[in-house]
Design a protein around this ligand. Structure first.
Ligand SMILES: Nc1ncnc2c1ncn2[C@@H]1O[C@H](COP(=O)(O)OP(=O)(O)OP(=O)(O)O)[C@@H](O)[C@H]1O
Length: 330
């Protein structure tokens, strides 16, 4: 669905300064319906990559393809139409402050020249989808951060896009709101088959929703892979740091003294032992990448107090020699 081929992007602010290389030799292939994460530290090139996908930037060299069409070759008029099928949500929501929730969601439909009847039908459905029907007449300033992002999501979905780009979409909201927004994005992906491309600097966001991830540093993609695999076996030192970041975070976002571990075990062992793990105070158990349908077993992240983590590992290892602890996260 999204294909970046041999992308380089440099910015030349003015003639007296050295050009800045934002992206070097970037190649990326994202399948239709995938939830794909791009993670990297500040300045790694994530936003530039995202802006190439919806044609807000053009590559210095290379090709950007979305849905079988080359975005990087399009003229402005063609791009405007193509962008209707590429929704985007932003860290700071970018809502129209003088318009109500209803009118914010109606805006892209008005721009696309839809009839009043169609706009009414669609906006009603979208607000219902994001759980904001009751707030249709409110202004953005009257909403919480999570509600504002829900408006952003409804607005981005108005023209039934094939792709939704999420630019640090949960960075400005608290952890609880983050989970509910990520859950909503997951449901939308499941129900519509939309391709999601998320950029973030938080591995916990990748962990919660993404199927595959690319790690960026200094404008390059330094590692890609299935999220479970990256958690189990991070190769690059930057990737290890991101994985470690999640191991150090407890459920409430506090930092604990002890690192957690990533464990791989069979599904039957996990389901059998789950009630024991669940009853352990001070232990948080995360199923990496979520689906409990895999026959290859699952990867879990166990975090919390050291003795609780050790106890949990003992429980899982108890009767299953196949349970593997991926403790090599330094
Ligand atoms: N319009 C621009 N003009 C000049 N330099 C730019 C421009 N846009 C980005 N850059 C530079 O390109 C590099 C990559 O920036 P980019 O914003 O893509 O990184 P990022 O990973 O999204 O960082 P952040 O998380 O801080 O937004 C940085 O060195 C940045 O200063």
């Amino acid at each position: 669905m999204i294909h970046l081929k041999d992308i380089n992007k440099t910015f030349q602010s003015n003639r007296d300064t050295e050009p800045v290389t934002a992206l070097s030799d970037v190649n990326l292939h994202i399948e239709p319906g995938e939830i794909y994460g791009i993670i990297g530290r500040s300045g790694a090139g994530k936003s530039t990559l995202l802006r190439l996908v919806n044609g807000l930037e053009t590559p210095t060299s290379g090709e950007v393809w979305v849905g079988g069409r080359e975005i990087s070759q399009m003229k402005e008029r063609e791009l405007r139409t193509a962008r209707q099928k590429i929704g985007m949500i932003f860290q700071h929501f970018n809502l129209l402050w003088s318009r109500t929730v209803w009118d914010n969601v109606a805006f892209p439909l008005e721009v696309a020249g839809k009839s009043k009847a169609e706009i009414k039908r669609k906006v009603g459905g979208l607000l219902d989808r994001v759980g904001l029907s009751e707030r249709a007449g409110s202004y953005p300033s009257q909403l919480s951060g999570g509600q504002k992002q829900r408006v952003g999501i409804a607005r981005a979905l108005a023209n039934e896009p094939d792709v939704l780009l999420c630019d640090e979409a949960t960075s400005a909201v608290d952890p609880e709101t983050t989970s509910s927004i990520l859950q909503l994005l997951r449901e939308i992906n499941r129900d519509t088959g939309i391709t999601l491309l998320l950029i973030t600097h938080e591995m916990s966001v990748v962990e919660a929703v993404c199927q595959r991830v690319a790690v960026m540093e200094w404008g390059r993609i330094i590692e890609t892979g299935d999220v479970q695999e990256i958690f189990r076996n991070p190769r690059h030192s930057i990737t290890k740091q991101f994985v470690k970041q999640t191991l150090l975070e407890s459920e409430d976002g506090d930092r604990k003294d002890d690192e957690g571990v990533v464990v791989h075990c069979s599904l039957s062992v996990f389901t059998e032992k789950w009630s024991q793990l669940e009853s352990q105070k001070g232990l948080s158990v995360h199923v990496l990448e979520g689906e409990l349908s895999s026959t290859d077993g699952i990867a879990l992240r166990l975090a919390g107090r050291r003795e609780e983590v050790e106890k949990a590992v003992g429980i899982l290892k108890g009767e299953d020699a196949g349970t593997e602890v991926m403790a090599g996260v330094q």
